[in-house]
Design a protein around this ligand. Structure first.
Ligand code: ADP
Ligand code: ASP
Ligand code: MG
Length: 595
């Protein structure tokens, strides 16, 4: 008998009528011959209301008690859902995360799933019940209630689909599927018929809240095809499946994270270990850091800037103040009025000029870029929050996403079956191990054929990045990583990028010519750099990867010159002479996590 998991989000169970409508969908699936597990979120905005309530009795509620409180939202909806099924004449049993046996670690409010027991669900299904599981929650080894992080019911659904080897995992929500960007922000967004795991994972972690990013980590790791569709209609929806081999468009979607905060640690001594000192304190608190950029040292001091979600700003600042004191940095600046706009696409790895097109679109819209980071499959820029929607629209337009035909991405139907082919044994073994969300790495490698160019003292105004990368492209130079750092100093900024080593001299010449025109203070660089890359699944949510790299490089006395992160990969740039040593210590560190 086939088994399907159906998840209903908050809006889909917001009132009694909607609960009844969702219950009818579950019953219909059962009548079509499937065993049905339903995962339900808290009704409507109940989780927000509970958070609000907590803050009315305590500004900083203890995380354990927060989880005790938040889990009640889902407990209400599963009970009502099961009652609705009964009322419609069918059998259903509601279960909390603890009753199912969803064991997590003890990181309250952002717990990771360790194991899920399927026995009780199987028994209830075999007895003809619809199993109604509370999303977003689990228990730790001491039976404390934990939650998985906002939006985590998607992760519960995909994880249950994985352990039950479900034939389908349907995410029923309040939009028709996955769009090229949030259709509530840009009505011109287009629905996609299909998207690959890597692109979806990146989009989700950069702001496409339609899916919880960790649910896509599960899906990719355990080969769970996901069908995102509307709760309110029977339209086709979007399939999230293994990557299609040839995405032709360089960019498949754009995303906005409106509520970001930027923190800059100024005057950091330019020597190994400083980055580690700062970020280990954040990793200890599981704060996910993004857009890490450092100014290449001037006067033996560097500035390190990064972004965090705005709700993490206060704990981040406290941790960073402590770190700055410990390493002798000269100051900290921050800005809570920033937003991150990103474009994502597997195709950009194979095409030149994608970043340039994005910068030009922003320049034409007269939007100033405060920071830039790029990776193989995404480009992110930091802008003022007030300009962020306009920025999103400009880049969405520039890549012609509103025009994109809905079926532009091709996918292989056979790849949409659960745990297909030779992977079955690996998947089953993994599922039986006690740590479902553990870090899984695919590769650790070194590229030793690049050079770095850095321009400092650049007047920071709209059009700057566009002009620089237009000139670089006109000279036929192929750019790989790009970072632009925040630099409060007299409104100036600095940009670093990597290029093939044999293009270093020509690139410096082009930069000197441009420098006279645009008044840069200095263009310099290094002809010999090496890029060390660690790739795997969910590299950003597993903050331990970047931290582990920083740590071993620090203890080996190796300076990190540039960093970039995506969900697929963490790259760090070091001096070429230190490349092999860096590779060896990173390999040693992560040996146990390699697939
Ligand atoms: P649920 O309660 O069903 O989990 P969410 O609010 O978490 O629903 O997610 C659905 C919302 O995600 C949509 O209403 C939409 O505003 C937003 N969203 C953001 N990015 C995208 C995107 N690329 N495609 C579709 N929806 C998106
Ligand atoms: N109810 C939780 C939230 O609002 C989990 C979820 O809806 O996925 O974040
Ligand atoms: Mg959601």
């Amino acid at each position: 008998m086939t088994l399907i998991v159906q998840k209903f989000g908050g809006t889909s169970v917001a009132d009694p009528e909607k609960i009844l409508a969702a219950a009818r969908k579950a019953i219909r699936a059962q009548q079509e011959g499937h065993q049905v597990v339903v995962v339900v979120s808290a009704m409507g905005h109940n989780t927000d209301l509970l958070i609000d309530l907590a803050h009315q009795v305590n500004d900083r509620p203890p995380a354990r008690e927060m989880d005790m409180l938040l889990s009640t939202g889902e407990q209400v909806s599963v009970a009502l859902f099961a009652m609705a099924v009964h009322g419609l004449g069918h059998k259903a049993v509601s279960l909390t995360g603890g009753q199912i046996g969803i064991f997590t670690d003890s990181s309250y409010t952002k717990a990771r799933i360790r194991s899920i027991s399927s026995d009780r669900m199987r028994r209830l299904l075999d007895e003809g019940n619809i199993v109604v599981a509370a999303g977003f929650q689990g228990i730790d080894d001491d039976f404390n209630i934990t939650t998985l992080g906002r939006g985590g019911s998607d992760t519960t659904a995909v994880a249950l689909a994985a352990v039950l080897q479900a034939d389908a995992c349907e995410i029923h929500t309040d939009v028709d599927g996955v769009y090229t960007t949030d259709p509530r922000q840009l009505p011109e967004a287009r629905q996609m018929s299909c998207i690959g795991y890597d692109e979806m994972l990146e989009l989700a972690s950069l702001g496409a809240s339609v899916m919880h990013n960790r649910s896509i980590e599960f899906a990719k790791k355990y080969h769970v095809p996901i069908h995102v569709r509307s709760s309110f209609s029977d339209t086709q929806g979007t399939m999230i499946v293994a990557n299609s081999e040839s995405a032709s468009a360089p960019v498949c979607g754009a995303a906005l994270t409106r509520n970001e905060a930027r923190i800059t640690v100024q005057g950091v001594p330019d020597k190994p270990g400083m980055i580690f000192q700062i970020f280990k304190r954040l990793a200890d608190q599981k704060i996910a850091v993004d857009m890490i950029v450092q100014n290449i040292g001037q006067d033996d001091r560097a500035d390190i800037s990064f972004t965090v979600p705005r709700e993490e700003f206060q704990p981040t600042l406290i941790a960073v103040q402590e770190a700055a004191g410990a390493i002798g940095a000269t100051g900290i600046t921050h800005d809570e009025q920033v937003a991150k706009v990103s474009v994502v696409g597997l195709g950009m790895a194979k095409q030149t000029g994608v970043a340039r097109k994005m910068f030009r679109a922003l320049a034409d819209a007269k939007i100033n870029i405060q920071m830039i980071t790029t990776s193989e499959i995404k480009i992110s820029v930091l802008v003022h929050r007030d300009e962020s929607l306009q920025a999103l629209r400009a880049v969405h337009q520039a890549f012609e996403l509103p025009k994109r035909p809905a079926d532009a991405v091709k996918w292989d139907v056979s790849s949409a079956s659960h745990a297909n082919g030779a992977d079955v044994n690996a998947v089953v073994a993994d599922l039986q191990s006690a740590d479902m969300e553990q870090l899984l790495l695919e590769d650790i490698s070194l590229a030793d054929d690049q050079a770095r160019v850095t321009i400092v003292g650049v007047p920071n105004q709209p059009g700057l990045a566009a002009n620089i990368f237009d000139a670089v492209a006109a000279a036929g130079i192929f750019v790989d990583m790009i970072v632009q750092s925040y630099d409060g100093f007299q409104g100036e900024t600095s940009i670093s990028f990597t290029i093939p080593r044999d293009q270093f001299d020509i690139c410096l010449k082009v930069m000197h010519e441009l420098g006279t025109k645009f008044k840069f203070r200095r263009a310099h660089g290094s002809k010999d750099i090496a890029k060390l890359s660690v790739s795997g699944i969910g590299m950003r949510s597993h903050t331990s990867v970047a931290i582990g790299m920083f740590e071993v490089l620090a203890s080996a006395g190796i300076n990190v010159e540039m960093i970039n992160t995506s969900e697929l990969r963490v790259n760090v740039v070091v001096a070429s002479g230190a490349g092999q040593k860096a590779l060896a210590c990173v390999q040693q560190r992560f040996d146990a996590n390699l697939r």
